[in-house]
Design a protein around this ligand. Structure first.
Ligand SMILES: Cc1cc2nc3c(=O)[nH]c(=O)nc-3n(C[C@H](O)[C@H](O)[C@H](O)COP(=O)(O)OP(=O)(O)OC[C@H]3O[C@@H](n4cnc5c(N)ncnc54)[C@H](O)[C@@H]3O)c2cc1C
Length: 393
């Protein structure tokens, strides 16, 4: 697989008219009003095969790996001035693959085709304002033991406003984490749209569960839901979801270069100032080094060489890519003056969107702590093994 940027012509040939006509032309209004991208629009993309790349062949997909899917998301991120679109698509696709991983024929028969065709959408309701081992959202057995009753609140759920089904992670009677399939139309489910800093068209909302009574067939993971979350939601998505922001960051660089090309100060085009050239060079270095790292992490995932539960390379790549895109947009603003600050430039929106992954998919600062702990532990274990080996000899 070539990771050098080849342009986005192949993706544009398929989805270009929809991206231009239905996403780019209305982005400012959608962002201002936090209007979510509709099922109708997603269905149009789905009909052209958007959910097929990463879908297993057994479900009539192309069975492409994380890296190839990341390339598609990167190209859509480059073409769509609304980063919310590929972000939402990436979540919806991950929901499909997480559901398939459960190998539940009853669930798959009921939902997968609708999800793949964009008639329905899924969302992950995992985090809450607490550590995962102190969740207050809980499931208790009903008097009728074939049923559970769920209560709790998940404050930030991407795509919830338009989602029909949720994977909800709650504490069980035994303090373990269980995963349930909850439908938006289950009695007691309340979805409240939220206005966030960025990624406003993804339909981020809170999800409240008020005595939601579910048949036991809705229990997807009976124990160790935390491992399931890491394996099929958090860890495997961590570097993948940066690809779309890397695509948008490339477009931001191009927009900034276009501006400095056509802007004259002190009888010189801005592009001819060496300082401006150096800023462009640095943005390019940030972009390509982040891309190299992210695709390295994704290819390792495809080869099965990564840790499926918590991969330090993938986490480092997410960290690096998020730092890079946020720096790129800030540098773009530094060379585009007042124009960059206007709504029409799209740079401000990109800056707000890029900030989403400072907290999302594990906060940047927390990743550094976790990576430090991981590495220190690994080195300590190596030392111990060496010491024990020496004792044996
Ligand atoms: C755009 C966006 C989309 C999201 N979508 C979803 C979704 O679809 N589903 C879902 O379930 N959740 C979602 N979330 C929630 C997100 O996953 C959480 O916000 C994230 O995991 C961080 O959890 P927290 O907010 O409780 O922060 P915490 O993890 O509590 O961190 C709070 C602050 O403390 C710092 N911190 C935490 N631990 C340490 C430590 N050990 N040492 C030093 N500093 C520390 C962090 O850096 C952070 O700045 C989304 C969030 C965003 C921003």
């Amino acid at each position: 697989m070539r990771i050098d940027w080849q342009g986005a012509r192949d993706v544009k040939a398929v989805y270009g008219p929809l991206i231009e006509g239905e996403l780019n032309s209305s982005v400012i209004e959608r962002d201002r009003t936090s209007t979510p991208i509709s099922h109708d629009l997603i269905s149009k993309f789905a009909q052209l095969g958007l959910y097929k790349y990463h879908l297993p062949k057994s479900w009539c997909g192309l069975g492409q790996g994380y890296a190839a899917w990341g390339q598609v998301l990167e190209k859509i991120g480059y073409l769509s001035v609304d980063a919310s679109f590929p972000f939402l698509i990436s979540v919806r696709m991950s929901f499909i693959t997480a559901l398939l991983a459960l190998e539940r024929d009853d669930v798959n028969d009921q939902y997968i085709n609708d999800l793949v065709e964009g008639r329905r959408g899924g969302a992950f309701a995992y985090t809450e304002n607490a550590d995962a081992f102190t969740f207050t959202s809980c499931a208790v057995r009903d008097k009728d033991i074939d049923y559970f009753v769920l209560n709790g609140v998940k404050e930030i759920v991407t795509g919830a406003e338009t989602a029909d089904v949720f994977m909800v992670f709650v504490r069980s009677n035994t303090l373990d984490v269980q995963v349930f399939l909850v439908r938006a139309d289950d009695p007691g489910v309340v979805v409240l749209p939220r206005i966030m800093l960025g990624c406003r068209s993804t339909g981020i909302s809170s999800l409240s569960l008020n005595n939601v009574r579910l048949h036991k067939s809705r229990l997807l993971v009976a124990s160790d839901g935390l491992s399931f979350a890491q394996r099929y939601f958090l860890n495997c998505r961590r570097s993948l979801q940066t690809t779309l922001f890397l695509g948008r960051a490339r477009a931001v660089i191009e927009a900034a270069v276009d501006y400095v090309h056509r802007t004259v100060r002190n009888q010189q085009r801005l592009i001819d100032f060496q300082h401006v050239q150096a800023v462009v060079g640095e943005m390019y270095i940030l972009l390509e080094s982040a891309r190299a790292f992210v695709y390295h992490a994704l290819l390792r995932q495809d080869l099965g060489a990564s840790d499926p539960y918590w991969d330090p390379v993938s986490s480092s790549a997410k960290y690096q890519a998020v730092e890079a895109v946020n720096k790129i947009v800030s540098m773009a603003l530094s060379i585009t003056g007042g124009w960059g600050y206007t709504e029409n430039s799209g740079l401000g929106r990109a800056q707000r969107d890029f900030a989403s992954l400072i907290a999302g998919a594990d906060p940047q600062e927390k990743l550094k702590v976790d990576l430090g702990i991981y590495k220190i532990h690994e080195l300590e274990m190596q030392e111990q093994r060496k010491y024990q080996q020496e004792l044996k000899e």
